[in-house]
Design a protein around this ligand. Structure first.
Ligand code: T3D
Length: 262
């Protein structure tokens, strides 16, 4: 019984739909709270092996609800550090640390923290009519929700700087061309394609996929030597999973594997 998001579980996939379509699914304190609870529910539900995030209506997410930020002249400035510390940063960390793939199906415009929420996910598909906007500079703010970390790594420093300093809109096809997202798909195909991918991933070796997430996360700060050592350690863990045994056995016996996620 949530008011700002929809949460459903089927076929090993937890699907979260941001659901404030009249405000392009922008973030309120309530939506942050309900989203955090839903991600926790996905994390603690043993049947869930993939998370899918999307939006209701014509937008994906327009970032912070600015209706909650109006300040009268001479009034007290909102405490944005608290907002980031208590809500946006834990959200981004909870996605990065989730030990399963997180797919984002960007159904429409993704602006401000909405764009950077998408970039925090592991695989991003976008409807061809969707777009990405680092809207922060237009209202005097700094990109947050990990955008100053993820965007330069996705598209390189030159493009990240221009996008963050101008707030220029990037259509989905260009975002895919630039490597900002995985791919753009026809609008009417987005939901089906994202759900099919999520269902597929939910049948795969989840523990192994979680270890891949860790390797990819740490590569940005590691030297080659450190990364080789990390691969050794993660491979040691992967090699002890039931799914590794199953994968090898299925291959050798020319049958389809039945992975359990452990
Ligand atoms: O504050 C903190 O805690 C710090 C953290 C900040 C994180 C951030 O995300 S800061 C950035 C906040 N977001 C923005 O600055 C984006 C604002 N929105 C837009 O620039 C545009 O709405 C879009 C480019 C996203 C879409 O444009 P368009 O023309 O397709 O739609 P629209 O007409 O502007 O919006 C439709 C409705 O959604 C409209 O309401 P109305 O007039 O029909 O009643 C509009 O006001 C509302 N809406 C869109 N974005 C927001 C919003 N309402 C509140 N907050 C929004 N962010």
């Amino acid at each position: 019984n949530t008011e700002t998001i929809l949460y459903e579980v089927a076929d090993g996939v937890a699907k979260i739909t941001l659901n404030r379509p009249d405000k392009l699914n922008s973030f309120t304190v309530q939506m942050h709270g309900e989203l955090a609870e839903a991600i926790k529910a996905a994390r603690t539900d043993e049947s869930v092996r993939c998370l899918l995030i999307t939006g209701a209506g014509r937008g994906f997410c327009a970032g912070q609800d600015l209706g909650d930020r109006a300040v009268s002249p001479g009034g007290e400035a909102p405490d944005l550090a608290e907002s980031l510390e208590k809500r946006y940063n834990p959200l981004i960390r909870s996605i990065a640390d989730l030990e399963m793939p997180v797919i984002c199906a960007v159904n429409g415009v993704a602006a401000g923290a909405g764009a950077n929420l998408a970039f925090a996910c592991d695989i991003v598909l976008a409807a061809r009519s969707a777009s990405f906007i680092q809207a922060f500079c237009k209202i005097g703010l700094v990109p947050d929700s990990g955008g100053t970390w993820s965007l330069p790594r996705l598209v390189g420093p030159a493009r990240a700087a221009a996008l963050m300093l101008t707030g220029e809109k990037v259509p989905a096809d260009k975002a895919a061309d630039w490597g900002m997202i995985w791919k753009a798909v026809d609008d009417e195909a987005l939901a089906e394609e994202a759900e099919a991918l999520a269902k597929h991933l939910a049948t795969q070796p989840t523990a192994g996929l979680a270890l891949i997430k860790r390797a990819l996360k740490e590569t940005w700060t590691n030297t080659l030597d450190q990364q080789l050592n990390l691969e050794r350690d993660l491979q040691s863990l992967a090699g002890r999973t039931r799914d590794y045994q199953e994968g090898v056995d299925a291959f050798m016996n020319k049958r389809q594997p039945a992975f359990v996620g452990k």
